[in-house]
Design a protein around this ligand. Sequence first.
Ligand SMILES: Cc1cc2nc3c(=O)[nH]c(=O)nc-3n(C[C@H](O)[C@H](O)[C@H](O)COP(=O)(O)OP(=O)(O)OC[C@H]3O[C@@H](n4cnc5c(N)ncnc54)[C@H](O)[C@@H]3O)c2cc1C
Length: 413
Amino acid sequence: MQGSGLLATMFLPSLLTRPACSSDGLSPSLNLSKCTTAMANSHTRIKDDCLNLLIVGGGVIGLACAKELAESGHDVVLIERHRMLGSETSSRNSEVIHAGIYYPPESLKTELCIEGRARMLAFSRARGVRFSLCGKLIVACTEAEISALDQIEERAAQAGPEIALQRWSQTKVRSKAPAVRAVQALWSAGTGIVDGHQFMHQLRVAAEQAGALILPAHSMMSAHSTDPGFEIELTLQQGPSEQHYFDAVVNAAGHGAVQVARHVCDAVPEQIAVKGNYFAISGPAPADTLIYPVPRPNLVGLGTHLTIDLAGRARLGPDVELDADSNQMAVSADRLDAVWSAARHFLPSLRRDQLMADYAGFRPKLAVDRFADFHIGGDDAPTGWINLLGIESPGLTASLAIARRVRAQLDQL
Ligand SMILES: Cc1cc2nc3c(=O)[nH]c(=O)nc-3n(C[C@H](O)[C@H](O)[C@H](O)COP(=O)(O)OP(=O)(O)OC[C@H]3O[C@@H](n4cnc5c(N)ncnc54)[C@H](O)[C@@H]3O)c2cc1C
């Protein structure tokens, strides 16, 4: 059994039961023995078509890449600095399976969200990951907001037939969600919710079944190019470091990705950590579907919305807190009034005393004043290095498609 402690049991209890990489769990030295033929002072590839790959980061993106790349025949090692996989942003989101509605039609966010959603649903069905296509209403609460629905509808139509939105009247909204105020709405039947922890667990299982080595509690300390390949300094917890050779590196380190990239890249875009606070609603959920306001222009997020989880609990959020200290994971309780006020726009009977602090997450954003797409590429790094930056929402939904994109880039090496 690997991993223990409060953090571990809080986030991903199901992962605790799986051995990390050897039957004795975390050993005092780095556990890379399975792949030593390909690394550790050997600067040659095992096979011409098979790379010896390091993935840095064990969130949903790193795990999806590990599955995809191991299944395509590469020798994969994934390292995660925490004892628990997926305990950063991947455990602190809305767990919404997005349909791809909001982003520019030609963007990676739209393309990979649509593809990733289809892959996520197929994978979840095959592996027994719990999800629900509970649908989502984007509500215009006043006549003046209807034009925003028109724009969303038009953009979604350009993005593709997969995003099938329906226009709903006030009467129809009332029959579905009586507590919601709306003069009109867009209904997205393809939006849903997923058990993100179970999804990540199954990604790990699939990756390990395909031969990937998943190493929690291992950090990347430094890297330098050996052309070909990379010499990487790794540590197990606070132990001594070791150097290992890899043909290629996938940097899926989330909020740590810029720091990881800087070891080999000079020109790396900055990421801005933008906090999102969630407030749980006590008592019965006000609706059995997701309720989103129309996004206001220049909004950093999608607007404070109502989500439900698979247990039927409801929460509001995430809000947008710029300039928050990214080490403060606790909910900023002083945001409650603003969230309550925003929510009463579409949930007029919501009482303040129904809300309580739930959890918070930080978006790794590449811009706060304009649209910024997912960033998947080598930047100015030597061949074989791929950075994944700005992987904010809809990164969970898009994860399996992002992994496909990474694989396609590596296939070109
Ligand atoms: C508030 C919020 C709500 C969201 N809601 C949704 C949603 O409803 N639907 C959706 O599709 N998406 C949503 N997202 C986006 C989604 O959560 C992210 O895109 C996704 O979780 C990013 O995963 P990741 O693996 O890139 O990052 P992470 O989960 O942060 O994983 C990166 C990992 O890298 C590790 N790491 C960093 N540096 C090192 C190092 N040097 N060595 C080893 N390991 C390292 C970290 O410890 C971390 O575990 C939301 C995001 C936020 C913030």
